[in-house]
Design a protein around this ligand. Structure first.
Ligand code: CTP
Length: 411
């Protein structure tokens, strides 16, 4: 896949060499185009070294074919991504102005364009920037993030550039899985986030879950060329581009949506924290407090994962086991009881698992297991998807995927 990586002048440009590395690791050819102000934050020498290609920044490049860099690169690109994208570069693209090579390519290309904004949170929240974001999205330009968190300026808020691996995953899903992909032509259904079980119109029972793991798995599967359906409980994680997201609230709704999507699926990954019980009845009006104690009768919710695993022609089925103790033992029990192909066990509780960007996990299958060191949920997802693909082909269709031989088996 050919990627034009535009770098504009923001402090997050220091992450650009890492982004180039992530794109190249996945097999992309990367041509970097820098704006003049980007050079203030990252050197073209470093970028040339990691991309293996001379950096382009000049609109009037006599070396380029017919001295028209912008046309040549606009045609060459399968995806154009600008990371970081400053407020200024967003405004320039909205205006249709083309004073430099990067914005001219954006006008001249027919490839999908993605921007990963990075700026101070007040600048991101500014009405002008938000109006520009809206126009860009209406024109079909993909806005990746931004993330929320501490910023280089010392403040906290929305405006952080997404991490390089998340951007690389999005770029590959926009490129339609072009390039080396393990799951080309495969359909993967993933559940993510918590479910909410209503007590009355204003109260519900739920589980702790940010949805980050399920969303990262969806991006990683899409980056490997899969058609992904992500069935998501209520979360505040942005929808990954190019992925079909089905929003649900209750376990019952997640069950229905899963069984609708699963019909022709190859792989099912249950990363959602589904409520095990729901109130037996949903009270129509808000319950008023009357006595010092009250109780609610709960009934079991359907077990989505077990119901998929027991289908006659079930997809390759992967569950998650979030445990506070005896992690491996309990997870292995669930693998066997629910008749799964694989289970991913992770420790949760104080300082583990929830609402965090990193995770520690062990994947288990019937005759083996593999532990992953603590790493970002994005990195972990990439490795898990590779492992799932490896076992999927081994179990279901060993002879249809010759590329498997190239995967080292580190079980
Ligand atoms: N799961 C599901 N449907 C449910 C409950 C859980 O699909 N109603 C899935 C989760 O997405 C996860 C796995 O099952 O992949 C978790 O297994 P489970 O035994 O249900 O774990 P817990 O709910 O934590 O069970 P327990 O409280 O017994 O440990």
């Amino acid at each position: 896949m050919n990627v034009v990586l535009g770098i504009s002048g923001g402090i997050a440009a220091y992450k650009a060499p890492d982004l180039v590395r992530r794109l190249r690791e996945r097999g992309a050819n990367v041509q970097i185009v820098m704006t003049a102000s980007a050079e203030e934050f990252v050197t073209s020498t470093a970028l040339q070294a990691v991309s293996g290609k001379p950096i382009r920044s000049n609109l009037w490049d006599k070396e380029a074919e017919a001295a028209m860099s912008h046309i040549e690169l606009a045609r060459w690109a399968d995806v154009v991504v600008i990371a970081p994208a400053t407020a200024e570069v967003m405004a320039r693209i909205v205006s249709g102005g083309a004073p430099d090579l990067l914005t001219t390519i954006c006008l001249a290309t027919e490839a999908p364009i993605a921007l990963a904004p990075a700026m101070n949170h007040v600048m991101w929240g500014n009405a002008a920037t938000q109006a520009n974001r809206e126009v860009l999205e209406k024109r079909g330009i993909h806005i990746l993030g931004p993330g929320i968190g501490s910023q280089a300026c010392g403040e906290t808020g929305a405006g952080r550039m997404l991490e390089p691996d998340a951007i690389a995953a999005a770029v590959f899903s926009l490129g339609g899985g072009k390039g080396e992909s393990l799951l080309d032509g495969r359909k993967v259904v993933i559940t993510a986030g918590p479910t909410r079980e209503a007590i009355d119109p204003v109260r519900y029972i739920t589980n702790r879950s940010s949805g980050k793991m399920g969303y990262a798995l969806a991006s990683a599967a899409a980056a490997q060329g899969a058609k992904v359906v992500l069935i998501s409980g209520p979360v505040s994680v942005p929808a990954p581009p190019g992925i079909e997201v089905v929003d649900v609230e209750s376990a019952e709704q997640m069950y229905e949506a899963t069984h609708t999507a699963i019909v022709d699926a190859d792989i099912f990954i249950a990363a959602a924290a589904v409520a095990d019980y729901r109130p037996a009845t949903v009270v129509k009006q808000k319950i008023k407090k009357k006595s010092d104690a009250m109780s609610i009768e709960l009934v079991r919710c359907p077990d989505i994962l077990a119901s998929v695993a027991e289908m006659e022609s079930s997809p390759f089925t992967v569950g998650f086991a979030a445990e506070t103790e005896n992690v491996i033992e309990y997870a292995r029990g669930k693998l066997e009881n629910k008749k799964l192909d694989m289970i991913v066990a992770n420790r949760v509780g104080d300082n583990f698992g929830f609402d965090r960007d990193d995770n520690t996990a062990t994947a288990l299958w019937h005759d083996g297991q593999k532990s992953f060191p603590t790493c970002s949920k994005i990195d972990l997802s990439r490795e898990l998807i590779e492992l799932v693909a490896q076992h999927f082909y081994a179990v279901r269709s060993a002879d249809t995927q010759p590329r498997l031989t190239a995967i080292s088996n580190s079980d």
